[in-house]
Design a protein around this ligand. Structure first.
Ligand SMILES: Cc1cc2nc3c(=O)[nH]c(=O)nc-3n(C[C@H](O)[C@H](O)[C@H](O)COP(=O)(O)OP(=O)(O)OC[C@H]3O[C@@H](n4cnc5c(N)ncnc54)[C@H](O)[C@@H]3O)c2cc1C
Length: 303
């Protein structure tokens, strides 16, 4: 029997009212509210710090009402510290193994632990699309640190993609001393007009293109660096098959999926206008719904 099967058959090591997978703004907000509402909750995060995608961002976050002068990384660190100082139970560097519905809720395994939880909340966010490219010392996948970690001074940069991130990264690269930036967009760029206008010095090539990582060429022209800005896709724990045709998790107004007591919040749900504030707000809404349901019917797991 492999370790996986052993865990599935091992005794339940913990009973919970709520288990949250993913410690970005949505998962942290949900965990904090559930904890303060008196719900027995555990927050499980795959990486070594809480904060989610904000950990990728060295840029000042100008978009959270009431929060000024903080980079994304500092926002992430504040989220991490808040969970720790509030005493919210959490596990870092923990990947979910299996998830199984049961008559009493959901059985979730990680490592050699098997947990039975009444409510399961998926807050696993998104990850950048890589297309056919692999990260390297001259190819960055997605915005933020991966791009910032690449030397661009006096180098010729190709940015692949036509959204806000493509134009933002083009601007940052030029500010960091890039020799030239060319943005390759297969169709008319989707980036907001104001974002496009902020990089007048970038060359924009619209139409089909062939980018070759081995040769570092686009349409036969050589470049020193590629920035791949192909947007994001939902990141889901393995074995959870609840996505819609776009790969995201559909939820109702309360934040519940089509499976009872299985909830999702934040960017994994393709939330409108994804950002820290909306992700956190979604996590709060889900926490309130769960606490109301537990309070209304504490003895019964299923609504
Ligand atoms: C470079 C950059 C700059 C940004 N700048 C801003 C900005 O200025 N203002 C703003 O409001 N927003 C900004 N955003 C967007 C913002 O960070 C996201 O909208 C927000 O983080 C989404 O929160 P989330 O909790 O839904 O998901 P995420 O932040 O993606 O968090 C999901 C968490 O789940 C974890 N996870 C995934 N799978 C598993 C698993 N199987 N098991 C356990 N854990 C798992 C991940 O490690 C991650 O910690 C920026 C994003 C980027 C990339």
């Amino acid at each position: 029997m492999d370790e996986h099967m052993e865990t599935l058959n091992s005794p339940i090591t913990k009973n919970l009212e709520a288990l949250i997978i993913g410690g970005g703004p949505a998962g942290c907000a949900c965990a904090l509210w559930l904890h303060k509402l008196g719900v027995e909750v555990l927050l499980v995060e795959a990486s070594d710090r809480l904060g989610g995608l904000q950990r990728r961002s060295p840029y000042e976050n100008l978009w959270i009402p009431g929060v000024t002068g903080r980079t994304g990384e500092q926002v992430a660190e504040a989220l991490h510290r808040h969970i720790v100082t509030a005493g919210v139970p959490h596990l870092l560097q923990t990947r979910i193994g299996t998830i199984r519905p049961s008559t009493e809720g959901y059985e979730v395994t990680f490592g050699t632990t098997r947990v039975l939880t009444k409510h399961l909340i998926v807050a696993t966010g998104t990850k950048p699309n890589a297309g056919p490219f692999l990260p390297s010392d001259c190819v960055a996948i997605g915005p933020g640190h991966p791009m910032e970690n690449i030397t661009v001074g006096n180098r010729k940069i190709a940015i692949l993609g036509g959204g806000d991130n493509a134009f933002d990264q083009a601007r940052f690269v030029l500010q960091r001393g890039g020799k030239s930036v060319t943005i390759f967009a297969r169709t008319t760029p989707r980036a907001q007009a104001v974002v496009q206008a902020s990089v007048p010095d970038a060359r924009v090539v619209i139409g089909p293109y062939q980018a070759d990582q081995d040769q570092m060429t686009v349409n036969g022209e050589g470049f020193d660096v590629f920035g791949v800005m192909y947007g994001f896709r939902a990141s889901l724990p393995e074995g959870l098959h609840i996505t819609n045709e776009n790969g995201y998790v559909d939820v109702n107004r309360q934040g519940e999926t089509s499976m009872p007591n299985l909830w999702a919040c934040g960017e994994v749900t393709d939330y409108w206008h994804p950002c820290v504030t909306t992700a956190a707000a979604h996590g709060v809404q889900v926490a309130k719904q769960i606490s109301l349901r537990l309070a209304a019917n504490p003895a019964t797991i299923r609504p």
